[in-house]
Structure formats: C-alpha cells, structure tokens
Write a protein that binds this ligand. Sequence first.
Ligand code: ADP
Ligand code: 5GP
Length: 202
Amino acid sequence: MKEEKVFNTLKENMRRPLLIVVSAPSGTGKTTLCRMLVERLENADFSVSVTSRDPRPGEVQGRDYLFVSEEEFREKIDSGGFLEWAVVHDRYYGTSKDFVRESLGRGNHVVFDIDVQGGMRIRENQPEAVLIFLLPPSMEELRRRLVGRNQDGEDEIEKRIGNSYREMRRALDYDYLVENRDLDEALEMILSIITAEKCRVR
Ligand code: ADP
Ligand code: 5GP
C-alpha cells in the first residue's frame, strides 16, 4: 500500500501542469510564439491578461485581452484579483488569479506572455514557474519586426527599443534564454525545455 502511494506521488509529479512564462522586448515575437506553443501542446491555455489599454485593430475581447477601464483595473487590484500586475508603456496589465486557478484545475499548462516585472512577480509567488526569456537576433531585426507589425508610430517604436535594453538586463534572472531568429526553431527549443521540465523532480 505504502509503495503504491510512493509510485502515485512520482507519477503525479510528472503529470503536474506547468506555469510557463515567456518574456521578451516588445516586437521580438513572444505573442506569436506563445500562441504557436499553446497550439502544439495538447493541454495548455494562453493566459488572457487584463489590460486598461485600448484594443488594436483586429484584437478580440476575451481572446487577446480582457479590455477594461482603468477604474475597473484598479478595483481588481484592490480586491486582490491579480496574481501579478504591472504598468507597461504607461498602461495597466495583469494576470487574473481566477484564470490561472481554473486552467490549473483542468490540469492545463498555462502560458504567460508577460513583461519582466510580471515574470519576476510570478517567480516570487510561484517559484516552480518556468521562466523563458526570448531574445531578438539583433536590434536591427527587432526594429524591422516592430515596423513590420505596423501597430506603433515612430515615437512608440523608439520608446519600445529604449525599453528593450532595460528588459534584456533582467534576462539573466530567467531560467532559459531562447533566440527567436527562426520561429520554428525557437518553438522546437521551447518544446524541448518543456519536455525537460516535465521530467524535473520538484
Ligand atoms: P511581441 O509579442 O514580442 O511584441 P509579436 O509576436 O507581436 O511580438 O511579433 C512581432 C512581429 O514580428 C510580428 O509581425 C511577427 O509576425 C513577427 N515575427 C515574430 N517572430 C518572427 C521571426 N522569427 N522572424 C520574423 N518575424 C517574426
Ligand atoms: P502589448 O500592449 O504590446 O500587447 O503588450 C505590452 C507588454 O505587456 C508586453 O511586453 C506584454 O508581454 C506585456 N503584458 C501583457 N500582459 C501582461 C500581464 O498580464 N502582466 C504583465 N506584467 N505584462 C503583460
């Protein structure tokens, strides 16, 4: 009986859903990769964040973000509804505790597309989380991707490039560094990290 319990505990360890945090300077490709990752993993949810920023053309409420007013965001902070939250590019962004709890309850991995402040908060609250930092191949390529994405004006792009150096300084606090030169290669690298993490004894 006792032996069976030991065996079951070990099996549970291997089946445990993971919290996978992906951070990167804006424009590196983390949203693109996180979406691909969720598609490839059988049981994973993309953590839909709450934000006070306006939706961009093509963005869908509930799929890309939960768009709320600044007032609603602050109320959720006051009621302790966030696992972490941060101000990024002058707007509020946060991870809803309920969303994460429900995903984990279904036995699903949760993939977080969040900035470095958020990554560090998740590390404090959930030390078992796996933190992956995505690097752009070069600053020239990062700029090309920001321009190509066609979402930000010139000033906004300069602000994002400026922020990216600050963000990259924090990359050494992460568990893994993955370069996003080629999307498919980066995805395979992240999948192999996850395979290894599933086998890690915690
Ligand atoms: P982030 O979420 O990091 O801000 P996005 O996922 O929005 O970045 O990607 C920024 C732009 O770069 C998008 O237009 C995306 O299609 C493009 N992109 C992402 N990864 C690559 C890659 N490996 N090679 C070329 N373009 C990429
Ligand atoms: P964007 O406005 O371009 O979608 O996102 C801006 C930044 O906010 C990105 O770095 C993105 O990863 C980050 N972000 C998105 N959701 C969250 C969140 O819930 N928490 C934190 N800390 N950052 C987030």
